[in-house]
Design a protein around this ligand. Structure first.
Ligand SMILES: *[C@@H]1O[C@H](CO)[C@@H](O)[C@H](O)[C@H]1NC(C)=O
Ligand SMILES: *[C@@H]1O[C@H](CO)[C@@H](O)[C@H](O)[C@H]1NC(C)=O
Ligand SMILES: *[C@@H]1O[C@H](CO)[C@@H](O)[C@H](O)[C@H]1NC(C)=O
Length: 255
């Protein structure tokens, strides 16, 4: 009777050889795991993450998925570049590298509308800061509490009299389903840019690096299988990694 065990007829000698061979491959992998990791991944050292927060009723902020997120880097230097990410690019999801001057509510709404094409967002800090100012808070911070509550006085409630944070775009109170990072060091941004479209991965908070590497290497290749990028990564061992350590520090720097 025919079974799935197609190998049952193979001669024992060749099977033994096969076993020995896979053992050698495994051994080689174990011994060189660390140096391979070093060749494939470059940790980004100066990043500040957007974090997941809860208010009384909703979740706000961002987080990466449990197994981390990987996408082909696409640098957005002008608004037109966004079209590639949102509609034209044939190899989503993309890890968008955005200059901070484009980090606006308007653009973020567009990304939010196409989350299946977005693996994550890295915002590079560009200098000088916008002359007009920037505030990710709302236009009336603490609205409904303290002096801004109805009980204090109707003239103060909801910043009716003085709208003192008119630049507030409310981004900090939005919920994003992809990770967002600030790249604080221009030199690190340059390192990413010079690789062109290669995979950029974001580690999730809970996973140890080694485990992440073993579970995500296939995923990473899968995500970038049809692109130049996977060949890029495999042939030249180029990829970047946002380090989990930074997810635990610097909450005050969140976007
Ligand atoms: C929590 O955030 C959501 C989304 O911004 C908002 O609609 C809701 O009113 C907030 N809840 C409270 C209690 O502030
Ligand atoms: C970036 O690199 C340049 C040239 O190597 C160096 O002068 C500069 O201090 C570096 N900037 C940071 C923030 O490390
Ligand atoms: C971060 O620091 C490590 C260790 O010093 C270094 O090897 C790596 O190149 C740095 N990352 C970047 C993007 O410069």
């Amino acid at each position: 009777m025919a079974t799935a065990g197609g190998g049952s007829g193979a001669d024992p000698g060749s099977r033994g050889l096969l076993r020995l061979l896979s053992f050698c491959v495994l051994l080689a992998g174990l011994c060189r795991g660390n140096s391979v990791e070093r060749k494939i991944y470059i940790p980004l050292n100066k990043t500040a993450p957007c974090v997941r927060l809860l208010n009384a009723t909703h979740q706000i902020g961002c987080q990466s998925s449990i197994s981390g997120d990987t996408g082909v880097i696409h640098v957005v230097e002008k608004e037109e570049d966004l079209q590639w990410v949102l509609t034209d690019g044939p190899n989503p999801p993309y890890m968008v590298l955005l200059e901070s001057k484009h980090f606006t509510r308007d653009l973020m709404e567009k990304l939010k509308g196409r989350t299946s094409r977005i693996a994550g967002l890295a915002v590079s800090l560009t200098k000088p800061s916008p002359a007009s100012g920037f505030s990710p808070s709302v236009q009336c911070p603490n609205d409904g509490f303290g002096v801004y509550s109805n009980s204090y006085g109707p003239e103060f409630a909801h910043c009716r009299e003085i709208q003192w944070n008119s630049l507030g775009n409310g981004l900090a109170y939005e919920d994003f389903s992809f990770p967002i990072f600030l790249l604080e060091d221009e030199n690190e941004t340059k390192v990413i840019k010079q690789w062109g479209p290669s995979p950029l991965s974001v580690l999730s908070r809970s996973q140890p690096e080694s485990e992440w590497l073993s579970t995500n290497l296939p995923t990473m290749c899968h995500a970038a299988l049809f692109t130049h990028a996977c060949c890029h990564q495999h042939c030249h061992l180029h990829a970047a990694q946002l380090h989990p350590k930074h997810l635990q520090h610097q909450p005050r720097n969140r976007l």
